[in-house]
Write a protein that binds this ligand. Structure first.
Ligand code: PRP
Ligand code: URA
Length: 206
């Protein structure tokens, strides 16, 4: 469990939480935070020595070695983070996992999946800004494991303790990266204080 408390991440997250932030700024901020967090999530990437010729001399630098990456966005709200992560890792392939929470049962309902064909050969970063009950993230991770995914990380912005516990219980080997762990869930399983409904705020659907 990693809480990324970098000042820029915290500053932008506070702006994101603000109820007065409209969809355009909300989208921009989410993308910026995702990019900053991707920097930390990829800290353990393996590098290898590479010879490089500068305008002055030849020297040895380091570059990320061959390991392939995939980013899997949980729809819809995970889409708001894809651009930011790809800014840092432009060669990553992108998968999509469509799921929504049934408002009555709060259970995840799957409706769409599309993954890179070689997903079993890639390090996978699952992205979703909200980790509330943890049902959606746990379902996405289970689906990826069924498809052969064996190197998984979860990147969220705001988590409730309940969601962290759920993912730890179902997928104990998966590291979780968040910008904040909030107090609790309310009676509708919304994160308190949270930032509201991430999908609706991104796309202006409510
Ligand atoms: C939101 C959010 C997560 C999920 C988190 O999606 O983007 O995927 O809820 O809740 P959980 O941890 O309790 O599963 P939502 O179901 O609202 O769908 P949407 O992104 O399409 O609006
Ligand atoms: N999904 C959201 O978008 N927000 C929450 O607080 C909980 C689930």
């Amino acid at each position: 469990m990693h809480v990324i408390d970098h000042p820029l991440v915290q500053h932008k997250l506070t702006m994101l939480r603000d109820a007065r932030t409209g969809p355009k700024d909300f989208r921009d901020l989410m993308e910026e935070i995702a990019m900053l967090m991707a920097y930390e999530v990829t800290r353990d990437l393996v590098t290898e020595p590479v010879q490089v010729t500068t305008p002055v001399a030849t020297t040895q630098g380091r570059m990320v070695s061959g390991k392939k990456l995939a980013v899997v966005a949980i729809l819809r709200a995970g889409l708001g983070m894809v651009g930011g992560v790809l800014r840092l890792i432009p060669t990553a392939k992108v998968g999509h996992f469509g799921v929504y929470r049934d408002p009555e049962t709060l259970q995840p309902v799957k409706y769409y999946q599309k993954l890179p064909q070689d997903i079993d050969e890639r390090d996978i970063i699952v992205i979703d800004p909200m980790l509330a009950t943890g049902g959606s993230a746990a379902a996405a991770l289970a689906f990826l494991k069924e498809r052969g995914g064996n190197s998984l990380k979860l990147l969220s912005l705001v988590a409730a303790p309940e969601g962290i516990e759920r993912v730890h219980r179902d997928h104990p080997e998966v590291p979780i990266f968040v910008a904040a762990v909030d107090e609790r869930l309310n009676e509708h399983a919304y994160i308190v204080p949270g930032l509201g409904d991430a999908g609706d705020r991104l796309y202006g659907t409510r």
